[in-house]
Design a binder for this molecule. Structure first.
Ligand code: ADE
Length: 232
C-alpha cells in the first residue's frame, strides 16, 4: 500500500512513523508512506498556504491551489490508478474499525490535513473523494487524525502483525470490546488471575472470554449492540 499525506507540518510525522509496527511495516515494504508539504506547492515568495475567509469571520482558510497542485503533481508522478483522496475534517464521517478495514483494502490512499478555520470548500467538493473525522472534537490540525488513520489501517495490512488471531480478537473487530487479559504473576497484590484461565481447558476459556466480552460491551458501550444492522 502507498499512503501520501499532504500537510503543513511534515515534521510532526517523523517520530510516530519511525516506531513500532509502522516502522516495521515500512522496513518490510508492506507500506510506503510519503509526506508532502503543501507549502512546497505555493508560488509566492512567502509560500502562503492560507488566506482570509470571503464574507469575513475569524481565522484563516487553507487555499485550494496548493492542495490541488500537490495532489495532481503526485498523481502524475506515480501510476495514476484508483486512489482514495481523504480529507481529515471534523465534518467527515466518523472513523471506525469498519472504515479502517475498508481503507486497508485500497492500494493507494491520499490524506489531506486541514488547518486553521478550515479548508476552501472547493477541496471538499471537487478534490476529496471521502471526508473523515476521528471524533466529535476539534483538533488544531488534521495531522494527529492522519496518524490515527495510518496506525489503524497499517496494522490491518496482511503480514504487518505477526498473528492473524491477535487481529481477530481485538476490541471492535467482532463488534465487541475485547475480553480481559492477564499475564504473570498469578497473584499480584492479592489480586488473583481468574482460575478458568489456568485450567488448560481451551473450550471453557473461549466461552468465558466470549461471555466477558459481551458483558463488558453491554456495560461500557451498550451503543455497540444497537448499531444499525447488527445483531448478536
Ligand atoms: N481536524 C480537526 N479536527 C479533526 C477531527 N476531529 N477529525 C479529523 N480531522 C480533524
Amino acid at each position: 500500500m502507498r499512503i501520501d499525506i499532504f500537510c503543513l507540518f511534515p515534521e510532526m510525522f517523523v517520530s510516530p512513523f519511525n516506531q513500532s509496527i509502522i516502522k516495521r511495516a515500512k522496513e518490510q515494504e508492506l507500506v510506503d508512506i510519503v509526506i508532502h508539504n503543501i507549502r512546497d506547492h505555493t508560488h509566492d515568495k512567502h509560500h502562503t498556504a492560507d488566506d482570509y475567509p470571503y464574507g469575513g469571520g475569524p481565522g484563516m482558510v487553507l487555499k485550494p491551489e496548493p492542495i490541488f497542485e500537490a495532489i495532481e503533481a503526485t498523481k502524475q508522478q506515480i501510476n495514476p490508478g484508483k486512489v482514495a483522496i481523504i480529507l481529515l475534517t471534523p465534518q467527515g464521517r466518523l472513523f471506525s474499525q469498519q472504515i479502517a478495514q475498508e481503507l486497508a483494502s485500497h492500494s493507494h490512499l491520499m490524506l489531506i490535513c486541514g488547518h486553521y478555520e478550515g479548508v476552501d470548500e472547493r477541496v471538499h467538493e471537487h478534490l476529496a473523494t471521502d471526508e473523515i473525522s476521528i471524533g466529535d472534537y476539534v483538533l488544531s490540525g488534521g495531522e494527529p487524525a492522519a496518524m490515527v488513520l495510518v496506525d489503524a489501517i497499517v496494522r490491518l495490512i496482511p503480514g504487518v502483525l505477526g498473528s492473524q488471531t491477535s487481529l481477530n480478537n481485538n476490541s471492535h473487530t467482532g463488534g465487541l470490546l475485547e475480553y480481559p487479559q492477564y499475564t504473570r504473576p498469578q497473584i499480584y497484590r492479592g489480586w488473583p488471575v481468574p482460575s478458568v484461565l489456568l485450567s488448560g481447558n481451551h473450550e471453557e476459556i473461549a466461552r468465558w472470554r466470549h461471555q466477558e466480552a459481551i458483558s463488558r460491551t453491554a456495560k461500557r458501550r451498550p451503543d455497540l449492540f444497537f448499531e444499525e444492522g447488527k445483531s448478536l
